[in-house]
Write a protein that binds this ligand. Structure first.
Ligand code: GYE
Length: 321
């Protein structure tokens, strides 16, 4: 604490003792939030980080932020350091679903409330966190599937689909796959002929799509990518293979980031299912509510839409990420 603040605090304390100020003035210490982010793997993640940082600033919350570079061990380290620092609340976006029980129990033992944002953990003990706020990824997968079923309703022969999965073991990869399969399996003409992870990045999306094209060539009718970045990487691979994205291969992805809208406007991506990264303001109000002793619902679901290429130009100016 600087000399000035110390002097100020001392005079405020004196004023309080003298009955000149209410004691609450002294109690207004900034809340400290420790946030363990997944990484910086995608446009979505960058927008999510930005949302959290700016919302913390606006809410007057002292944010301690760490980037785990998509590694669970780094996230666990960060959470342990927040426990050691005795922050008021810990929030994190679990890179994968499993393996969190030990560290969550440590936070609980230290009486530090935990908020899950964006991705879920699979634990049976839901006393290990206060609330989980984020999208319904199964529903996003279903939306992608329903769009495809409708688009191909008059198609007679097989529809061969390749799938670029998100990070192995992550909630969005598991759930988007599940929701999509649930819808397309209703008609046997839909065949998922290849499915592999592209780790939610452009570079990996491109690399894996190159391998798909090498193996299957013109047999591929549809690409379902679990996020926009992998789809954008794959578009490059498709063009380099001399094919036309969104025409020779129908492309569906998820997130609805600006890059996807630009690709749709350029006629290279057919549709993007929205997944909002703007969780910052909601997280900050949850932090304040928790500290004020209010109870929160266990699950706070983000409301989202779907954007086909036909509406992209009209929608882009109002997109916030
Ligand atoms: O779809 C992807 C990001 O967890 C919803 O993570 C998030 C996903 C998002 O890397 O682009």
């Amino acid at each position: 604490m600087s000399m000035n603040r110390r002097t100020l605090t001392a005079s405020l304390a004196a004023a309080t003792l003298a009955g000149l100020l209410p004691a609450t003035v002294l109690a207004q210490k900034k809340l400290v939030l420790g946030f363990a982010q997944v990484g910086a793997e995608s446009e979505w993640r960058t927008a999510n980080t930005e949302s959290i940082k700016s919302a913390a600033k606006d809410a007057g919350i002292d944010l301690k932020f760490s980037d785990a570079q998509q590694k669970q061990e780094n996230q666990i380290k960060a959470i342990r350091s927040y426990i050691a620092q005795k922050v008021d609340v810990i929030a994190f976006s679990p890179v994968v679903e499993s393996g969190w029980e030990t560290v969550l129990r440590e936070a609980k033992a230290a009486k530090i409330p935990v908020v899950l944002t964006d991705r879920a953990v699979n634990t049976k003990d839901d006393t290990l966190y206060v609330t989980f706020m984020g999208s319904d990824f199964v529903e996003e997968g279903r939306k992608a599937g329903r769009w495809l079923v409708d688009k191909m309703k008059d198609q007679k022969g097989d529809v061969n689909i390749v799938e670029l999965q998100g990070t192995v073991g992550s909630a969005p990869a598991i759930d988007r796959k599940k929701g999509f399969e649930e819808i397309v399996k209703a008609d046997p003409k839909f065949k998922i002929i290849r499915s592999q992870t592209g780790d939610f990045t452009r570079a990996k999306g491109k690399e894996v799509m190159e391998a798909f094209l090498k193996a299957e060539g013109k047999k591929i009718n549809v690409l379902f990518a679990h996020n926009d970045d992998m789809a954008i990487g794959a578009i490059q691979a498709i063009e380099e293979a001399g094919l036309k994205p969104a025409k020779d291969i129908t492309i569906i992805s998820i997130d609805g980031v600006k890059g996807a809208f630009e690709a749709m406007i350029a006629g290279k991506l057919n549709v993007s299912v929205e997944c909002s990264p703007l969780l910052g303001p909601q997280l900050m109000s949850a932090v304040k509510d928790i500290k004020a002793g209010k109870s929160l619902p266990k699950r706070i679901v983000t409301v989202e839409g779907i954007f086909p290429m036909e509406v992209a130009a009209k929608e882009l100016p109002s997109r916030k990420y």
